[in-house]
Ligand binder design. Sequence first.
Ligand code: ATP
Ligand code: MN
Length: 462
Amino acid sequence: MQRHKVSQLLSSGSAGQKISVCGWVRSRRESKNFAFLVINDGSCQDTLQCVVDAGTPAFDLLPRCQTGAAVRIEGVLKESQGKGQAWEVHTSAIEVFGEADPETYPLQKKGHTLEFLRDIAHLRPRTNTFGAVFRLRSALAWHVHDFFQSRGFRWVHTPIVTASDCEGAGEMFTVTTMDLTKIKSSPGGAVDYSQDFFKKHAHLTVSGQLEGEFMAMGLGDVYTFGPTFRAENSNTTRHLSEFWMIEPEMAFATLKDNMALAEDFLKHLFAGAVKDCRPELEFLEKQYQTMKVDDLARLAESKFAHMTYTDAVAELKKAPVKFEFAVDWGIDLQSEHERYLTDVIFKAPVIVTDYPKGIKAFYMKQNPDGKTVAAMDVLAPRIGEIIGGSQREDRLDLLEGRMREMSLPVEDMQWYLDLRRYGSCPHAGFGLGFERLVQYVSGMGNIRDVIPCPRAPGLISF
Ligand code: ATP
Ligand code: MN
């Protein structure tokens, strides 16, 4: 018989239907006359309860159906007597694919801490929490594409290995095939990358933006969605060394268009999560009480707050709290400042614009005041920065001047300057850290719990 998924059976099963379902045993309860096997197959948050009558061949197999075992259940669907579930299975046959020794199976007991589960990243997708998080992650990724594709943005694939080093110098992972033991012993210290695979110093990308820009200069509206790597030594609950980033770039667009896009985008993602993952979100809300489904649904309909950096600094200076980092015009806002704006003042996401040019990237468009750039960060409650973006400097002389001021390798960046030499136009874009989004929507406290294999300083288990 063809295999049914639990999600199918629960949404469109019918009484008396013959079914065959495969999954992992979540729990087993036995009494004299019958037993219950509760099965989850990852297709949805819910489990399926299977009743096995004593005296049947299936009943004799129960000792092998330990928590965690993989089984196939055949039987008939019937309306459940118990509360909390609509259907249960009256079991006629069991096939045990793989047992799970209760003496050693790490998930034999419920109620493990997230820290414990992080150490068994290869088993945690079988838990309620991680099932919920990873189904949510998948749905959000789908809605990322859905949003952009329905608006005529093209998905472009920017390189993962790059030789451009003006974006995150010092934060990049080198890519090399050189024999490291030999490099170490080379006199003088300087590494001769002309001997390396690419004959240049190559790294893993920290952002696809610069390449996204040249694609936008031909295709109009584009977006990237791919892995990004940062070798920064940030051991926080919001930073990973490998994360996924979504970077739209629009030709013929200003900061205003960029803000509107970011707001529509996030709202589309919030609404999509509520539409497709309500059981997951309800589970996470009950379990962790950080993100409420109703709040998420409301956010999807609300207007985001806007404020300039200068106004934000004024607000923060008035704040009746003592920050660890003192606030003054010109500082980079710290997480505590961002969270004061979102969690205390607005209690919602807020878009902060027009930051001092000294703390922002070289490519951001300089404002007429000579002090600020057309930057925008979207800050989310609990998390802080979730999106960073800007209108790009489209004037050749100003861009080149800024690059020289910042001692960037102007000669290597001629291709980037060409975009301002030929057919330059106002354009803008932003980067959304996908895991920060999943973290925000799920309410998970640590970003390491929203990606299957988290990488962070000192953390790469396999
Ligand atoms: P932060 O100040 O929070 O470290 P950033 O300003 O360095 O972030 P950007 O270079 O603006 O980050 O990157 C765009 C987006 O990518 C950020 O808004 C954030 O959502 C995400 N992001 C940046 N660094 C990380 C990281 N190490 N782990 C996960 N997401 C990240
Ligand atoms: Mn940023």
